[in-house]
Design a protein around this ligand. Structure first.
Ligand SMILES: Nc1ncnc2c1ncn2[C@@H]1O[C@H](COP(=O)(O)OP(=O)(O)OP(=O)(O)O)[C@@H](O)[C@H]1O
Length: 330
């Protein structure tokens, strides 16, 4: 059984201009001890679907329908009190900019110790000792010194390590990481990805890793969900996505072609996907990707494809999922 399963999730926002259907029938699952990479352009609904899991939506947002099964229990049916316990004990989250999540007036020790005191009932002294252990766990070199420092005294990479330590404090079964390395330079990014991989191996934590960067997905994900316009358009093991499988969604193909390769001469223009993501209040009638798809037919413009299984482990939302069948199209 999957640790987490999203089933036909719809999450909407009330706005002055109408209902924004940010998440429009998302289904994906996260297996125990595996990392699911969720990838897609800005605005595709990656964050909103993840925040729906924790029910941390903006005030105008609500889950319209669907199920969020965590260990078989539907989180959409829980009370706020029960959800509070899920957030403290079972599912943690880390964001892109740790400065917005860390309190500037408290030391690292004070902040990291909080979950131990609140959720595990430790004394301040016990919690302080635990903090040193946790900082060492996330490979912070001088944990005793760092524990006494304030967030602004730390580098971006160090702050992200502190966030990871806080997120892992209660040994969650699932960690949601929303673009945690986007603000970091490439070397530090690689260190943080390695750290997350090591922690996953050691503790068996499942991870949902959200990013717009397929290069990052290649380094961290076991499974991949590709999102477009509030829907998952392809779901497959990372190996299948990156090995150039027989089947794929044209959007995944476009994303793959936009990754720089070592063999790409430095001045060659990358094959970015032409056009822009449609506005969520003006979604196209048929396949949401059809207006940008070089293979789209009349059918694609008028009918919406369902997600179909092309193999036991790969699903694609396209009328022409086999690459070979697409050559003759527009
Ligand atoms: N509070 C809100 N009110 C109205 N629309 C919202 C609100 N929050 C998010 N949205 C819309 O929901 C859609 C999905 O947003 P989401 O943040 O999930 O995208 P994303 O794929 O994570 O992109 P990014 O990488 O930029 O974070 C966007 O069109 C966004 O404008």
């Amino acid at each position: 059984m999957a640790l987490l399963e999203l089933k036909d999730l719809h999450t909407f926002f009330r706005t002055k201009k109408g209902i924004v259907k940010a998440v429009n029938g998302v289904s994906y699952s996260v297996e125990a001890g595996r990392t699911l990479g969720v990838v897609g352009e800005s605005g595709s609904g990656k964050s909103v679907s993840a925040m729906s899991i924790l029910q941390l939506l903006d005030g105008n947002g609500y889950i319209d329908s669907g199920e969020i099964l965590f260990e078989g229990r539907d989180l959409t049916k829980l009370t706020e009190k029960e959800m509070y316990s899920v957030r403290g004990n079972d599912i943690s989250v880390i964001f892109q900019e740790p400065m917005t999540s860390l309190n500037p007036v408290f030391t690292v020790s004070r902040q990291v110790s909080e979950p131990f005191i609140i959720h595990q009932g430790m004394t301040k002294k016990q919690a302080a000792a635990k903090v040193i252990e946790m900082l060492a766990d996330v490979k912070i070199a001088n944990p005793h010194i760092v524990a006494k420092q304030y967030p602004h005294q730390l580098s971006g990479g160090m702050r992200q390590r502190v966030m990871i330590a806080m997120a892992l404090a209660c040994k969650p079964k699932l960690l949601i990481a929303d673009e945690p390395t986007t603000a970091l330079d490439v070397t530090i990014q690689a260190q943080i990805l390695k750290l997350m991989n090591d922690l996953k191996e050691e503790h068996g934590t499942s991870i949902i890793f959200i990013t717009h960067d397929l290069g990052v997905i290649r380094q961290i994900a076991d499974d991949v969900a590709v999102m477009y316009c509030g829907q998952v358009v392809e779901m497959a093991p990372a190996g299948t996505i990156f090995m150039g499988a027989e089947f794929s969604h044209p959007y995944t193909e476009g994303l793959m072609n936009s990754i720089p390769r070592l063999s790409t001469p430095t001045h060659t223009r990358l094959d970015a996907i032409p056009g822009a993501v449609p506005h969520p209040l003006k979604l196209p009638k048929g396949c949401k990707f059809a207006p940008r798809c070089k293979y789209a037919t009349e059918r694609c413009l008028n009918e919406e494809p369902e997600m179909i299984h092309v193999s036991e482990t790969q699903q694609v939302r396209c009328f022409y999922p086999r690459k070979e069948d697409r050559h003759g199209k527009k």
